[in-house]
Design a binder for this molecule. Structure first.
Ligand code: UD1
Length: 427
């Protein structure tokens, strides 16, 4: 079992360079399958989710080569159309390959991904968008068999919720469909803009990326190109939160500060001083954090669900009572019982968490429940008195590159242990 062992209570300070965005890299890598030729994707983070995506690309017949932080994907002779169930299980978001596979080969066989740690995560909106574009879908024993009827045909797709993944799948399939597609109530996340930028450089004709209405004029062919993935706004936020909970002074470089527009005002509400200079965000923590009145997770540009667990750690240490409402995923409070073990005072009912700030958290043995819940526990451990072991860190490795190294650079005392910490202590 691999764990992080954290000796808490040290004030974090210093600066680091932000990693490339996981949620941008994954759909862009799916898009490299669709485009013809050799794509070079710069600033592609080293994460287990990226490794799972590489396995899918190779399974579909692509040649993938990593050169430092760049990935070179050659899809020239690739023509696979099936993602094995084992790979679908490895990474739930592999469903973002659906649009690319259908657009390239006219058929696709994938397994229905099912629920995961953070909620039910249905894919009805993805399938709705594909059907609108002329895809016939049948489901048997959890396998989805999808066929394009003659050709993908442009359509008006109105999403009942601005799903990130469904918007990405619709864009990928519509990029080479016959005619014009309009996506109404599209997701507006920066990662959608990044995908559109990549595809447009490949010859696509997509306008409105980052807005609620995206218009795509289908083209006959897309040609591979080079692209640099944007900074990971959630990773950037996590390091700023680490500064906030340790009374620290932390700068994150190479960011797009506007992408953290839903997050930085909340840090200011908590009493932090936030300053932005070009691509660098600096956070100075107050002596005591203020409560956050009411925080509701929302689609971009609102406060992101991916930052809900990490920011909850701030509220556990704040003066007064904070309310957090998780509006996007159904069961995204699995970090709460672990935070309680560390001395936090939190009550949850359905999608609402009420957090009473305490003087301090205490080291404990906790289990990482999911990616962001896991990073939240590490933040709590950094702030806590004593030693905390956070196990099941495979979840954290899905989304944070060099997590412990970056935190050590900021003066944290954190090590990765491959043995059970309790055993190590006994020896
Ligand atoms: C993406 C991110 C994920 C992040 C999430 C929210 C990627 C690859 N993944 O996930 O890391 O946590 O956005 O920022 O970028 N929904 C449906 N039907 C569907 C699709 C979604 O009901 O067909 C619901 C989901 O259950 C959820 C909500 O819509 O309640 C948001 O999901 P969505 O925006 O699709 O998130 P993902 O793309 O799965």
């Amino acid at each position: 079992m691999t764990s992080f062992v954290v000796n808490g209570g040290r004030r974090l300070s210093g600066s680091l360079v932000c990693q490339g965005s996981k949620n941008s890299a994954l759909p862009i890598l799916a898009a490299t399958y669709l485009v013809n030729g050799k794509s070079v994707i710069h600033n592609c983070p080293r994460l287990s989710d990226v490794e799972s995506t590489i396995k899918i690309l190779e399974n579909l017949g692509c040649k993938v080569e990593r050169r430092s932080n760049d990935l070179v994907v050659d899809s020239t002779s690739a023509n696979g159309y099936e993602i094995p169930e084992s790979l679908m299980r490895e990474m739930r978001s592999s469903v973002i390959f659906l649009g690319a596979i259908l657009a390239k080969t006219g058929k696709a066989v994938i397994s229905a991904p099912g629920g995961c740690e953070i909620g039910l995560r249905p894919i009805d909106l993805h399938l709705f968008a594909m059907r609108k574009l002329g895809v016939t879908i049948s489901e048997e024993h959890g396998r989805l068999e999808c066929f394009v009827n003659k050709k993908l045909k442009g359509a008006k797709i109105t999403l009942t919720f601005p799903s990130v993944g469904a918007t990405e799948n619709a864009i990928l399939a519509a990029a080479v469909a016959e005619g014009t597609t309009t996506i109404i109530n599209a997701a507006r996340e920066p990662e959608i803009i990044d995908l559109c930028d990549f595809l447009n450089k490949c010859g696509a004709r997509i306008s409105g990326g980052g807005e609620s209405i995206i218009v795509i004029d289908g083209v006959k062919k897309l040609s591979a190109t080079e692209h640099t993935v944007i900074c990971d706004r959630i990773a950037a936020a996590t390091y700023l939160f680490a500064g906030a909970v340790t009374g620290g002074d932390v700068s994150v470089k190479n960011t797009v500060p506007a992408h953290l527009g839903g997050i930085l005002p909340v840090l200011e509400e908590a009493g932090c001083t936030v300053s932005v200079r070009c691509d660098e965000i600096r956070l100075k923590a107050p002596l005591k954090l203020n409560r956050i009145d009411k925080l509701i997770t929302q689609p971009y540009p609102g406060f992101p669900t991916d930052a809900q667990a990490p920011i909850m750690v701030l509220t556990t240490l704040a003066r007064g009572t904070s309310v957090i409402v998780e509006n996007i995923f159904e069961t995204r409070f699995k970090h709460v019982p672990e935070l309680l073990r560390m001395g936090a005072k939190i009550r949850t009912e359905g999608r609402v968490a009420v957090v009473d700030g305490v003087e301090r958290l205490y080291g404990a043995s906790v289990v990482s429940p999911d990616l962001r819940g896991g990073s939240a526990l590490v933040l709590a451990a950094l702030a806590a008195n004593g030693i905390t072991s956070v196990s099941e860190i495979k979840h954290i490795d899905r989304g944070y590159e060099n997590f412990e190294k970056n935190l050590c650079m900021l003066n944290a005392d954190i090590v990765r242990m491959t043995k059970n910490y309790a055993n190590t202590k006994e020896k």
